[in-house]
Design a protein around this ligand. Sequence first.
Ligand code: ATP
Length: 318
Amino acid sequence: MAGRVLVVGSYNQDHVWTCDQLPAPGATRLGTYASGPGGKGFNQAVAASRAGARTGLLTALGEDAAAGTARGLAGAEGIELIAEVHPALPSGTAGIFVDAAGRNVITVAPGANGALSPAYVRAARPAFAGADVVLAQLEVAPEAVLEALELARDTGATTVLNPAPANAPTSPALLALADILTPNETEFAALLARHAHQTVDADTLHTLADDALHALCQALQAATWVITLGGHGAFVSHAPGNHRGDRDPAYRVPAHPAQPVDTTGAGDAFSGALAAALAANPDAPFRDGVSFASRYAARSTERHGAALAMPRRDELAG
Ligand code: ATP
C-alpha cells in the first residue's frame, strides 16, 4: 500500500491532568500530568502513514517547544511536514482534565492552527499535485480548509472531509467540495441542524432505518457519506449514480471485534486509514476501504492514547 495522502489540519500539544474528581470552579486538586502530541490533523496523518500511505501534513505551528516536538515526531513517523510558521503565536494546545471515571473536560487553544492562511495553502500546490487523497478536518482556519479542498479538486485528488469538531463553522460551499464526508453521530446531527434545519438525536442516530439515514445524507449533500457510529460500526451512503464500485447505494459495516480500553482518536484512526486505503486502491470497491478502516480503528481502541496508539499495518489482526 503506497498511495499518497496529504492531510491538511492541526497539530496540538495535549496537556493531560488526571485526578480523582474534576475540579469544581474555584477548587484545586492534586493529580498527575502528561504531555503528548495531538490534534486531529496530526492524529489522522499518523494513522494514514502507519496504515501504509506516503503521507504529508500541511499545518501551522508557532516557534516554540511544541513546534519542535511536532517536527521531531513527524520525522520519526516518516511524515512530510509542511508547516506555516507563526512566530507571534503559540502552537495549538489542548488542556485536558480526566477523572477516575474517564470523564474529561477539554479546552483547545488553536494558536497557530487558527492562522493557517489560504496563501500558504496555495503555495503548497506541488504537495497537492502529488496527492491521491487530500484529507481535511476543521481544527484549522476555515478559509484554509476551503482553499485546500478547492486546490485538491483542481489537482485531481479525491477529497475527504472529516467535519470535526461538531461546533466548527461549515458552509454549503465547503460541503460541496468533499467527495467523501466522515462525521461521527454528533457531527452529522450538527450538520443536519445547521444546513437542513432538521433535529435528530445524535445518540439514537444508529437506530434509524437505513433508508431514512440515506435520505438524510443525500438531502444534506450529494456525496459519499461515512457516518461513524462508535461500537455500532459505520453507515455508508452514496450519491445517486456514483457508488464508488459498490453494488448498494447505502449499507452498514459492523464494528470489527475489539477489546477497547480507550476509544479516544478512534474517529481519527478511521479517517486516516480510509484515506490510506482509497489512495492505495482507488479502483477497489469502496466497501473494502471502509472495512479496512473499521479494522484499523477497532485495533486503535485497544491502546491508550491517540496519535501514538495508532496501529501499524502489520499489527492488524486478520
Ligand atoms: P473520537 O472522537 O473518540 O476520536 P469518534 O466519535 O470520532 O471518535 P467513533 O464513531 O466513536 O468516532 O468511532 C470511529 C470508528 O472506530 C467506528 O466507526 C468503528 O469502526 C471504530 N470503533 C469505535 N468504537 C469501537 C469499539 N468499541 N469497538 C470496535 N470498533 C470501534
